[in-house]
Structures are given as C-alpha cells and as structure tokens.
Design a protein around this ligand. Structure first.
Ligand SMILES: N[C@@H](CCC(=O)N[C@@H](CS)C(=O)NCC(=O)O)C(=O)O
Length: 235
C-alpha cells in the first residue's frame, strides 16, 4: 500500500500556471509543501525524466501529475470538500471556455508586461530569487541571467502574439474577464469555479510586482479578485 504524505508542488513563485494550483490548494485548505525550483538549472525537478516544466504536483500517494489544469482537477476530485469544477453541462462549457482563455490569452499577456525591460525584469527576478532557498550567489545568478533571458523571451512572445502595447493588451484582457462576469459575483453563480480560481491564480502571480496596479485599477475585476482572496483565506 502506498504511504500517505504531504503533497508537494514544484513551482516558480511567479509562474502563473503554478499559482493556479496554489489557488485551488489554498481554497480547499489542503496542506502541501511548495518547492521553489531553480529557474536556470531546475535541479529540484531532476526526478522528472520526460517533463521539465512547472508546476509538477506529487500527490499524497507519491504520484506525479503534470500540467496545471489536470492538477487542479485531480486535487478537486481527491479532496471533495468545497467542490470547485462544474458538473452541469452548460456551466462546464462556459468554465472550459474561460479556462482555455486564461491559459492561452491571459497568461501570454504577462511576460511582455512583467519583463518589458531589464529593469522591470530584474525586479521580478529579484523577487523570485528571494522566495526559494537559494545561496546568495545563486540569487544573484537567478536575478540577472533570469532577467536577461525573460526580457528576450517576452520580446519574442510579444511579437508572436502581436502585442504592440503590453499595458493596453493586459487592460483589454481584464475588460474581457469583467464582461465574462456579467455583473455577477463569480463566473457562474454564487461560488468560485475552476475558471475563477485559474484566473485568480494567474493574476496572483503578479501580486507583488508593479504590474498588479492595472488589476487594482479595474474596479470590477479587483473586487472579484478580493472576493476570491477572501474565500481562499476564510473558513
Ligand atoms: N501547460 C502547462 C504549461 C506550464 C509552463 O509552461 N510552465 C513554464 C513556467 S511558467 C515552464 O516551466 N517553462 C519551461 C521552463 O521554464 O523551462 C501548465 O498549464 O502547467
């Protein structure tokens, strides 16, 4: 029989996909250990032979699950209290549509915004380096080389996604989400579903970065964000 252990989440603190998983674990009050992965050598996920991205989740029985949305679904079914994902067909279709949007549109709006230039990227990576248990030398290496690499990645992805103005693009994304809420408290009804927690987690990944001010400036989205934050922190 497999032994029961505390689940582990291998992550980068500012990775939006990782924060989706963190959001559902926090919402469901599942105790877990977050392991910050060194973004350059990825030593901590060396055990994973064929999958080299984060998040990687090791469940309470030691099984490895990859990919943020399947991980969220697995957590929802393993811990049935406070169910998250929709079961009704129409609600599920809407949830799936916005889950797809959050991974494909919202996530890709972030790198050009957060890593616009070396200065902003250094701020982000200074924060990343301080979250994990890294030596002072590793912290410096992560901060500066990470910033250079991500600024280049962000430039490339902005070009590929045709994002000429990252701030305007991000604000437009927030307006799209505002419209999806249709004046309601959550995407569907009176409690958060999988898409609410995914979008929340993605936005939470920039919570400690200057770009979060654009979320605060959109009143509807910010109120919704605080509502979920409250749900996550309460009872
Ligand atoms: N579809 C995956 C995407 C995960 C992903 O792209 N993670 C990024 C970090 S945000 C990653 O690990 N990229 C590879 C790398 O950093 O080398 C998910 O939803 O979990």
């Amino acid at each position: 029989m497999n032994t029961v252990q505390k689940p582990k989440l291998f992550q980068y603190a500012v990775c939006p996909f990782c924060q989706k998983v963190d959001a559902i674990l926090a919402y469901k009050k599942v105790p877990f250990e977050a392991v910050e992965v060194h973004p350059l050598n990825k030593k901590e996920i060396g055990f994973s032979e064929n999958y080299k991205k984060v998040p990687i989740y090791i469940d309470q029985e030691g099984r490895q699950i990859n990919d943020s949305t399947p991980i969220m679904r697995n957590i929802d079914s393993t811990y049935p209290d406070r169910p998250v994902f929709e079961t009704d067909q129409a609600a599920k279709a809407k949830e799936d549509q916005w889950l797809k949007w959050s991974d494909e549109v919202l996530v890709s709006s972030l790198p050009p915004l957060v890593y616009r230039n070396i200065k902003d990227a250094c701020k982000a990576f200074g924060y990343i380096a301080n979250v994990g248990k890294f030596s002072p030398f590793q912290k410096m290496a992560i901060k500066y080389s990470g910033a250079v690499v991500m600024t280049m990645v962000a430039k490339k992805s902005a070009k590929k996604k045709n994002i000429a103005d990252p701030v305007r693009h991000f604000k437009n994304c927030l307006t799209e989400w505002e419209k999806a809420l249709e004046g309601g408290k959550y995407l569907n009804g009176h409690k958060a579903n999988g898409a609410d927690l995914a979008v929340f987690g993605i936005l939470k990944s920039i919570r400690n970065l200057p770009a979060f001010k654009y979320v605060e400036e959109n009143q509807t989205v910010y109120e919704w964000y605080q509502r979920i934050e409250n749900d996550v922190n309460c009872n």
